[in-house]
Design a protein. Structure first.
Length: 196
């Protein structure tokens, strides 16, 4: 009976470890703010975003000669809460990350969270993604954005930056969680059998 149980556990654990071998996943959460002109009831217009998403490195290319794989960041499980005259914003769905992560509202106004270059394309996905601590109001397509933050007319490529605070944590691998669960079950079984 014990041998059958051990074989069953091995058969369950092995596929999980192989499937997760190339998964480099991180939880990312933070806040950013952009301040504009004093046209919001006599005070500066402020757009603030709180966000969270999962960042995962996925294989991009493998060099045929060296065998070195290049990984690119991709985001999933996106959540954004925004306040200000341009809200609401959403994190744009994209299969891959560039030097920025775009947040866009229904009027196509765009605020970008700036990503460090060595994070969005890397050969070392075990290194946590890094962010520059800056957000940029990249584009104003709406009249509200142009008057409150921009040059008075719709435009892209605006030089308007604001602070961004970002926290990154590594997502535990399923193997780690499985081993912890097996340890707890083993301890509970040993107590039940009065071995401890």
């Amino acid at each position: 009976m014990k041998t059958h149980l051990l074989v069953l556990v091995c058969l369950l654990v092995l596929p999980l470890s192989v499937a997760h071998a190339n998964s480099y996943t991180y939880d990312v959460e933070g806040m950013l703010a952009i301040s504009g002109h004093a046209t919001c009831d006599g005070a500066p217009c402020v757009e603030a975003l709180a966000f969270s998403f999962v960042w995962q490195y996925v294989p991009l290319t493998t060099n045929a000669l060296s065998g070195v794989t290049t990984y690119q960041g991709a985001t999933t499980h996106r959540h954004v809460t925004s306040t200000g005259p341009l809200a609401p914003f959403a994190l744009v769905s994209s299969p891959s990350v560039a030097a920025y992560i775009p947040f866009i509202n229904s009027a196509r106004d765009e605020i970008d969270l700036l990503v460090s270059f060595d994070s969005y394309i890397t050969e070392t996905p075990l290194v946590m993604p890094a962010f520059r601590g800056l957000a940029q109001l990249w584009g104003c397509q709406s009249e509200a954005c142009a008057q409150g933050f921009g040059p008075g007319e719709p435009r892209v490529g605006l030089p308007l930056y604001g602070p961004a605070t970002v926290h990154v944590t590594r997502v535990p691998e399923p193997m780690t969680l499985l081993l912890v669960a097996l340890g707890i079950l083993g301890f509970a079984g040993a107590r039940r059998a009065r071995w401890i």
